[in-house]
Ligand binder design. Sequence first.
Ligand code: NA7
Length: 559
Amino acid sequence: MSSETPSVASVSAAAAPSREDEFDIVIIGAGFSGLGMLKRARDAGFSACVFETADDVGGTWYWNRYPGACCDSESIVYSFSFDDNLLDEWEWKSRYPSQSEVLGYLGHVADKFDLRRDIRLETRVTAATVDTDSGMWTIETDAGEKVTSRYLITAVGCLSASQLPDIPGIDSFEGVHHHTGQWPHEGVDFTGQRVAVIGTGSTGIQIIPEIAKEAEHLWVFQRTPNFSMPARNRPLTDAERERFKRDFHAIREEAKHTPTGNLFYLDERSTFDVDERERQEWFKAGWEAGGLKLLFAGYHDLLTNEEANRTAADFVRGKIAEIVMDPATAEKLMPRDHPLGTKRPPIDTGYFETYNRPNVSLVDLRETPIKEITPTGIRTAAEDFELDAIVFATGFDAMTGALSKIDIRTEDGIRLADKWADGPQTYLGLMSAGFPNLFTITGPGSPSVLSNMPVSIEQHIEFIGDLIDHLQAHGLTRVEAAVEAEAEWTEFVDQLASETLMPRANSWYMGANTPGKPHRFLPYVGGVGEYRERCAQIAADGYPGFTFANANAVAEVKS
Ligand code: NA7
């Protein structure tokens, strides 16, 4: 949008509230998505405002500052790609960036592009109501503000609504207790303390080795053992850093078209195309390379064929048996109730080795469930544990949790949360019928959490930005997902997932970790590259599946 073009809000405004109460675009959240979207909106000449609950930018990297917090995508692909200067001046230190490094990067992005002036920190959006005829949104905050906006874009993150477990007595504990997703800025000193960690997902697997170094004793309360693979994190060499800068665009272009947005390609061979010896060598090479290579650059049928999956799962179980010295503990740490990769696969630094420490014990909650939390500790079916601190690494209401915390509704009182009561319904994970001019960056039904997030986030930002430009260029102000397109997409997302092993686990991908949530596979398994091509084709074809209307919402047109 050129600077001469009147803003969409000024075109449609009936009364004339003060400028700061009326925007072309309101964005919720100032993490990767919100910062990138703000930059894109501003570059296109739109007035935009970001609301952010925290007192600084960073999103998930602001909140998850627990010891050991680290990204599990490699730094070379974990960044914005829209600005060459940004690329040139930023130096990633390690193969996988730590939480503080990513947070520093996002702060730098906000400063470099002067984004902060359009971000209202410490302000939670509580409600957003759309006039379905015009598509205009009214947004309310906990600061008592009320603003209007032509477009509302949620950039709330897929894993931001942290969840405490529903354990009796949880409020009675008198010691130190924190959820990893809301870690105190000043840190927590566990030196000489008796500590419990509940949860062995990606977060638990990162924090457990760190706490074990400080605590007098650490008890890990495990409900489901997890397949974890060594990250093999290390400092980047100068030569690597130089190569990354030199070849960045080619590398990024490549990542955009892979299944996961990382530099992984599935092997063309099936698991049983090769003999046992070759297969073992291949798994070993993946394990030694570190990260998720074994799975995402492995045989192409690992996530679709149960027997194939079992070969890789057996390999990882064998590694657990090799690393953990006590056979009984090793056995308890071996996942047997879900195929490899069907829960979010963690990568770790010394996770299984931690159980060889004399100050670490594993409590298997399948054998001895937690009965209650008491003022002094945790009571299981077998034992009382006296504790100074409890760490809840118990995860998030994933993909829909942060959205459902906002009262998103139409003026007629139809709530998005009610519409999604049996599972989210979206077109491309981007829009939901009945809620015009609302976009959900990395929403349910998009590749999102099955991918390297910045690659997926940038693709959504580009798609949404181009779609809004398209509206502007055609004198249109209202866009909505068509009901039929949404139904087809939702069905397609389900169908694709059902062709894989992914729905076999009680995972947060399935909503299974949140009491009362319907069990539906939430992200799109078709892959980042394939999804990108679909979206590009839809844009090239004039956006079939979306319906458009002009400024006065009189004539609905299909582009
Ligand atoms: P996850 O992956 O949801 O892991 C949460 C863990 O907490 C998992 O082991 C759960 O066991 C466990 N949990 C949850 N509730 C309970 C109760 N009530 N009792 C015992 N154990 C419980 O969250 P993370 O924070 O580790 O990771 C989330 C994502 O953030 C991660 O994948 C990255 O993408 C970043 P369960 O498996 O449900 O039996």
